[in-house]
Design a protein around this ligand. Structure first.
Ligand SMILES: Nc1ncnc2c1ncn2[C@@H]1O[C@H](COP(=O)(O)OP(=O)(O)OP(=O)(O)O)[C@@H](O)[C@H]1O
Ligand SMILES: [Mg+2]
Length: 304
């Protein structure tokens, strides 16, 4: 089961995250990144974090520990932003914490250029994303971090943020477990991910028993009141059934067509040209963001 801790000090909000997670210290002396139940992404994002994250861990991928965090908004009363304070107030109670990796660096395309990764490890991560329909591990937003970064031990790739996975839980009827998704812009596509080897190695490990154990880790409160389901256990069983059917259909959805860096650059250039064509003259000079991270990473251009 996930450990339970109580938040004792609110350190800071992480404004780079769309859901504004908070860094907190807890009564076990650990530091955690907390995703709040009251965020716009909703409880389903937390359910996806638990199911996909714990599946990653069970399959041997690197993923920080998850804990359930009891959060009293009073500890963050000094937070200056009203909308962040409101997020805390609406999240009193149990939230999701992830072990904070101090000094972790986002895995951006620039970092990726110099980071060695073997095709099998890349294949395992792409395979997990395709199984769990995680559409948020792209070159634009990798949701991967490199840690440690201080030179004490070799830097490794860690998975974070699976809140956008399991897209099928937004429409339970009519989601085909064999459905193919577009993973061509996956953050690790240029490493030549060996997804076939990953499939042979990992698919047999994703049993109904394992999926059931993992679904049991999700708190009842996050599964209650799901339309069409009588009880939280019925929702858990739906996750188990869907993911088990999907893992057995892996031949249908294995992503194998990854464009190289040059192809991606050409594709981005084509998309940029199309966008520019549709713009009025005065907008044609606005910087082209195709293929670039959503948030500005290099501030040096504004200095000096
Ligand atoms: N466990 C962690 N240790 C260190 N830094 C982290 C950790 N988790 C997240 N971060 C940092 O916080 C940023 C935002 O986290 P995350 O992507 O999980 O938030 P989010 O609100 O789900 O974001 P979004 O939906 O915008 O992708 C990450 O890009 C990373 O820089
Ligand atoms: Mg993220």
């Amino acid at each position: 089961m996930l450990r339970e801790v109580a938040a004792t000090r609110y350190v800071e909000p992480l404004h780079t995250g769309g859901s504004v997670p908070g860094v907190v210290e807890a009564d076990d002396l650990g530091t955690y990144v907390v995703k709040f139940t009251g965020s716009a992404q909703g409880r389903k994002a937390l359910v996806a974090e638990v199911i996909v994250g714990e599946l990653a861990r069970a399959l041997g991928l690197r993923f920080p520990e998850l804990v359930l965090v009891h959060f009293d908004p009073a500890i963050a009363a000094d937070e200056p932003h009203q909308e962040v304070r409101e997020l805390h107030t609406s999240s009193a109670g149990v939230n999701l914490g992830m072990d904070y990796l101090p000094g972790a660096k986002d895995f951006t395309p620039e970092v990726a250029r110099a980071f060695p990764l073997d095709p099998l490890e890349a294949g395992r991560i792409v395979w997990l994303d395709a199984l769990t329909v995680n559409v948020d591990r792209t070159v634009h937003s990798s949701n991967l971090v490199v840690w440690p970064t201080l030179g004490v031990a070799p830097p490794r790739l860690w998975l974070i943020d699976h809140g956008a996975a399991l897209v099928f839980h937004h429409r339970w009827d009519g989601s085909d477990p064999a459905k193919v998704y577009d993973f061509r812009h996956h953050a690790l596509g240029h490493y030549g991910p060996d997804v076939r080897a990953a499939d042979a190695e990992l698919a047999p490990k994703v049993t109904e028993e394992l999926l059931r154990e993992i679904a049991a880790e999700v708190p009842d409160d996050w599964l209650a009141d799901e339309p069409g389901f009588a009880t939280p256990d019925a929702v858990r069983e739906a996750y188990v059934t869907y993911l088990h059917a999907r893992v057995r259909a892996s031949r249908a959805w294995l992503p194998t067509d990854f464009p190289g860096a040059r192809e991606l650059a050409e594709e981005n250039a084509r998309r940029a040209a199309r966008t520019r064509q549709g713009r009025p003259d005065w907008l044609k000079r606005v910087p082209d963001l195709h293929g670039k991270p959503a948030a500005e990473q290099d501030w040096s251009v504004h200095l000096g």
